[in-house]
Ligand binder design. Structure first.
Ligand SMILES: Cc1c2[nH]c(c1CCC(=O)O)Cc1[nH]c(c(CCC(=O)O)c1C)Cc1[nH]c(c(CCC(=O)O)c1C)Cc1[nH]c(c(C)c1CCC(=O)O)C2
Length: 347
């Protein structure tokens, strides 16, 4: 049997109101998260401490009763497990010892991935045991292109110019990095499913910097390879694809052979998504995270607008990107209430 409304929705069942969870639902906007976070200096050590990861994964479920939990971890644990130096600087975000030469790709190895990431899998097993039956547990990974962005740039960037120039000038060597990441991500996702994750999400947060042809080769195609390889190991596990900021190229990601759902960011119009995407695939999204900061009537109007477009079809309510730290927790409670009390006939 499945874990409630979220998994049933991904499998095609319709309910009077859609299930809801939020990307980055565990995080600094919650005082109880900040309290646990303050007990570990290094963010990665925090991710690798199962007791703490379990606790902060459960916090938003206890507070808001969301339909799915997402395991507390980070996409950059994969480059770290492959042997790259990764650290988080206070107030600056992630830093990596940037790859500057294809020779360095050869030094990355997935031989130790399972050992290195064992604490993540332990946290998943313990979280699954602690969650209510009806609450699904999501595992996740960064998609190959987004991981390659951080691995080559060495940090976040506005345009990832260094990465794009490498990919455009040396597609063969860039392809080798993507291939290594595909294999590592398949392993990481399979281990998460084996530990107890009910579904997984692939975050391609930086897909939107690529033109169409490269979007196909470096974002979509590797994600489809991951989906097919994961399904060869775990045939039924639902995979949600989140290619952020790709605009109308989201049409390419309507691939029910690979993905159970497509997560859409705020830049995609709900009406267009209803007409062009939803007949082919379950959608997830697409509330502006800043609406959740605003709260009040603005939040209610916008949530209703999205529900009135997408709530009649196959849909999981979520944000277009992650919860931001300045979000008042009461506004999350307000949103859950709005979604659960929505009447499909209302306009
Ligand atoms: C690009 C990316 C990263 N990490 C992630 C992405 C993809 C989604 C997206 O586009 O936002 C994914 C991620 N990161 C985190 C989660 C946990 C699960 C959840 O969604 O609740 C998930 C799913 C925790 C985190 N990952 C991070 C934090 C904040 C650090 C802290 O609490 O000290 C959290 C809660 C750090 C992180 N990690 C990353 C960045 C850029 C940062 C710094 C920005 C920031 O500080 O908010 C890389």
């Amino acid at each position: 049997m499945s874990h409630g409304k979220f998994l049933a929705t991904l499998a095609g069942t319709r309910f009077p109101t859609p299930p809801i969870w939020l990307m980055r639902q565990a995080g600094r906007y919650l005082p109880e998260y900040r309290a646990v976070r303050a007990t570990t200096r290094s963010f990665l050590d925090f991710c690798y401490t199962p007791d703490k990861a379990v606790e902060v994964t459960l916090q938003p479920i206890r507070r808001f009763g969301l339909d799915a939990a997402i395991i507390f971890s980070d996409i950059l644990v994969v480059p770290h497990a492959l042997g790259q130096k990764v650290w988080f600087e206070e107030g600056e975000g992630p830093k990596l010892e940037a790859l500057t030469d294809p020779v360095q790709f050869g030094q990355l190895s997935r031989a130790r991935l399972a050992d290195h990431l064992a604490p993540v899998y332990q946290a998943i097993t313990a979280t699954r045991a602690a969650l209510p039956r009806e609450t699904a547990l999501l595992g996740f990974a960064g998609a190959p292109f987004t991981l390659a962005c951080y691995m080559i740039e060495g940090a976040g960037s506005r345009d990832f110019a260094k990465v794009k120039l490498w990919a455009y000038r040396h597609p063969d060597s860039f392809g080798l990095l993507i291939d290594l990441l595909v294999e590592a991500i398949v392993d990481h996702l399979a281990y998460q499913v084996e530990a107890g994750a009910d579904a997984v999400q692939l975050f391609d947060s930086w897909a939107g910097v690529l033109p169409e042809e490269q979007l196909f080769s470096w974002s979509l195609e590797p994600m489809i390879r991951i989906a097919h390889a994961l399904h060869a190991r775990h045939p039924k596990v639902p995979i949600i694809a989140f290619p952020r900021a790709v605009g109308p190229a989201a049409l390419m990601y309507r691939r029910p052979d690979a993905f159970a759902a497509l997560s859409i960011d705020t830049g995609i119009g709900a009406h267009w998504a209803m007409q062009e995407l939803q007949p082919h695939i379950c959608l997830q999204g697409n509330l502006d995270p800043l609406m959740l900061v605003a709260g009040g009537p603005a939040l209610e109007r916008e949530a209703h607008r999205i529900l009135n477009k997408l709530g009649h079809g196959s849909f999981v309510f979520n944000l277009g990107h992650g919860v931001v730290p300045q979000t008042p927790p009461e506004h999350v409670a307000q949103l859950v209430d709005i979604v659960r009390h929505w009447k499909p006939s209302s306009s």
